[in-house]
Design a protein around this ligand. Structure first.
Ligand SMILES: [Zn+2]
Length: 272
């Protein structure tokens, strides 16, 4: 687990800055293209197969910035993961306090990995910037106005904005419109969690070594491989650490997204 929380003030600042670049460079595009933004602001970039070393990297050398994007074998820029990595590196370049760090003498370029587990607050800020750049605030707010939250809404938005389900959820949590929690579990361990400020619980149940609570859909996957392709009902005491015993039977929805290669489950949780 990481604890690099970003303050609400900083989140708003990042959202505004990302929206400015998205709309001033891609105003007439239905989909935000990081390569168009890089072209407009004069940031040079290269793509290539950098294997597992990084997903994106920003280098400052000879008074110039250069971004490297790992397209692996595909060598094209329209894959969701690649788009998000490019947007993340644009964050390091365009956020002044990130640029200043990269320009300090002796600072080595730091490759970024797109796994949502961070080793610094800068990485978490760049993740949030990427979500804000690809899903600008006003466009998103228009799309969700008068819509109830459901997994179908998340799926629609991810397809419309050409981003992953996880990125879409990160953006929705930042907008703080629906009370939501997202828990990512890998190999039966809780890897990370995010929630909106108005979600009624903050702490999830976990074993001594962060195992996933057993009476949850994610827990069932790790217990016997069971998977669900629809939204399921769970109770508050299945997932959360409760302060008030009367909260035990509060009903929640859990929708799981599975990713077998990493033995990963993303659980989206909201109250019914
Ligand atoms: Zn980074």
């Amino acid at each position: 687990m990481n604890n690099y929380e970003i303050s609400r003030t900083r989140m708003e600042e990042i959202s505004d800055m990302a929206e400015y670049f998205a709309e001033s460079c891609c105003r007439s595009s239905a989909v935000i293209l990081p390569q168009d933004i890089a072209g407009t602001i004069g940031l040079k970039y290269s793509t290539g197969n950098y294997k597992e070393s990084f997903d994106g990297l920003t280098r400052y050398r000879n008074r110039r910035f250069h971004v490297f994007i790992n397209t692996r074998q595909s060598d094209h820029l329209f894959i969701n993961r690649v788009r998000f990595s490019f947007a993340h590196e644009l964050g390091h370049y365009t956020m002044p306090w990130h640029r200043q760090v990269l320009m300090q003498p002796g600072v080595k370029p730091h490759g970024s990995k797109l796994d949502y587990c961070f080793d610094s607050s800068a990485e978490r800020e760049a993740e949030y910037y990427a979500a804000c750049l690809l899903m600008p605030e006003k466009r998103m707010r228009r799309d969700i106005a008068n819509r109830r939250f459901s997994f179908v809404l998340v799926d629609e938005l991810s397809k419309k904005y050409q981003v992953s389900i996880t990125s879409t959820l990160i953006r929705l949590i930042g907008l703080n419109v629906y009370p939501l929690m997202v828990v990512c579990t890998r190999n039966n361990k809780i890897a990370w969690q995010r929630c909106t400020t108005d979600f009624p619980f903050y702490s999830v149940l976990r074993g001594l070594t962060s195992e996933v609570p057993v009476n949850t859909c994610a827990g069932e996957y790790f217990d016997d491989g069971r998977k669900y392709d629809s939204t399921q009902e769970v109770y508050a005491d299945d997932w959360f650490l409760l302060r008030n015993p009367s909260d035990r039977r509060r009903k929640f929805s859990e929708h799981c997204v599975y990713y077998e290669p990493l033995k990963q489950v993303i659980s989206v949780l909201w109250e019914r």
